[in-house]
Design a protein around this ligand. Structure first.
Ligand SMILES: *[C@@H]1O[C@H](CO)[C@@H](O)[C@H](O)[C@H]1NC(C)=O
Ligand SMILES: *[C@@H]1O[C@H](CO)[C@@H](O)[C@H](O)[C@H]1NC(C)=O
Ligand SMILES: *[C@@H]1O[C@H](CO)[C@@H](O)[C@H](O)[C@H]1NC(C)=O
Length: 199
């Protein structure tokens, strides 16, 4: 992965995006959360050679909305890539701000051997919300899920704003790059009101 000058700053922000329910006492008055507006998914595996079935969506409750994804594979998946892109759309004429746009080894990520400490942290957090294996392969005929995922962002001034966020992630074939499943998350970073927070 190419290291840009602002990489450390980017990872700091990513860290905050990935860390749910994180309480930083000192910053208690700066409370943000990622409010999910929409979550859909698609597959490029049109012949269903890898993916048997999948479903994605958001919870009905608008107040504490969570998103979920479930899939069943046709065959075991060992070697694969994981792609993630996080974009903060901005008003024209400003170009959209691409916070993250990386493709990384999926097995290393599952096994939490990714080189980037914050990717490791993100993987740890997923433990709570998913039943993904701790190492490759993903097995066939088994329902993998990510459920009830929501984020509370208790933030530092770096993301002291309310902003839309678009996240796209996929599991893809290493050689041909066929994305057997891709999730599209539309969300907003929002300030948590005092009233809501006390619940
Ligand atoms: C969610 O996204 C899908 C696909 O882009 C779109 O068809 C649908 O209308 C969206 N739903 C809402 C509630 O925005
Ligand atoms: C993300 O990276 C890919 C490959 O490096 C590039 O082709 C694509 O244009 C990038 N997308 C954005 C939104 O920056
Ligand atoms: C998955 O289940 C189906 C139906 O139960 C079975 O025919 C198929 O052989 C199974 N596939 C694998 C790879 O275990």
């Amino acid at each position: 992965m190419e290291m840009k000058p602002k990489t450390a700053e980017f990872w700091m922000v990513i860290f905050l995006y990935l860390l749910p329910n994180w309480k930083l006492e000192a910053e208690a008055k700066n409370n943000f959360e990622l409010q999910t507006d929409n979550f859909t998914c698609s597959s490029d595996d049109i012949s269903s050679s890898v993916l048997k079935e999948f479903t994605c969506g958001i919870s009905k409750s608008t107040k504490r909305r969570t998103w979920h994804m479930e899939f069943v594979l046709e065959q075991p998946v060992a070697e694969h890539d994981f792609f993630i892109k996080i974009v903060l759309p901005r008003r024209r004429p400003l170009p959209d701000f691409v916070l993250l746009n990386v493709t990384t080894d999926g097995c290393q990520l599952l096994a939490n051997r990714n080189q980037v400490p914050l990717m490791r942290l993100g993987r740890n957090i997923m433990e709570r919300f998913s039943n993904f294996p701790k190492q490759c392969p993903f097995k066939p005929n088994f329902t993998y899920y990510i459920r009830g995922f929501r984020l509370d962002l208790n933030l530092v001034p770096a993301v002291d704003m309310e902003t839309p966020v678009q996240i796209e992630f996929s599991h893809q074939n290493k050689q041909q790059g066929i994305r057997w499943i891709t999730g599209y998350l539309m969300a907003r970073v929002q300030r948590i009101s005092e009233k809501k927070r006390s619940k």
